[in-house]
Ligand binder design. Sequence first.
Ligand code: DX5
Ligand code: ZN
Length: 229
Amino acid sequence: MSFDRCIKIAPSILSADFANFGAEIQAIEAQGADWVHIDVMDGHFVPNLTFGPPAVKAFRPHVKTVMDVHLMIAPVDPYIQAYADAGADILTAHIEAGPHTHRTLQAIRTAGMKAGVALNPGTPADAVEHLLDLTDLVCVMTVNPGFGGQKFIDMTDKVRKLRQMIGDRPVHIEIDGGVDPITAPLVAAAGADVLVAGSAVFKGGSVSSPEVYGKNISAVRDAAQSAAA
Ligand code: DX5
Ligand code: ZN
């Protein structure tokens, strides 16, 4: 994985057909997805349950781009190796998930993955200042995590501040929650480069009409690119 700040669209398969993940992943990649975003929820850190390591491992052979795994679980550390074995390229943990995010990021890198840190809407940018040399991606949540299809919460000031703090470091800024062609330009202008989108990508499409995914992906990408910082 080489680093760049071009706009990347990462569809969240939380909005895919849960009976057909392999075909859904292939469809979004064929239609222009840059990364595939996988939302792992534990029913404890967030009020919903999704994918354990065996499910993520089953997705792996279908993902030809980048498998971006977003852990919404606490604790994180006991599961790092399992998600490495499942084939995650990027593993993102929430800073709110425990007292030792510094150690968690080190462990993720030691396990051979890129390390991401996610911030809930209520957590300020300053919270990650001392972690920036240990991280490859900062995920700014623009909804309270747990569900797809929620309304975007404006975090553009936080994104701008992070972009400044990051400077020349090769650290992505990812936006997660409520991203669509209306909200994407706001965060792209503030300095975000990875846009997660669940409902905005999958709405109206299916594996039998995948061109809708392509249209939806292009709509988010074009809107973001026209505003990118
Ligand atoms: C929220 C998840 C998101 C979510 C995005 O907890 O982390 O990735 O699925 O879905 P939309 O784009 O529908 O808000
Ligand atoms: Zn996510």
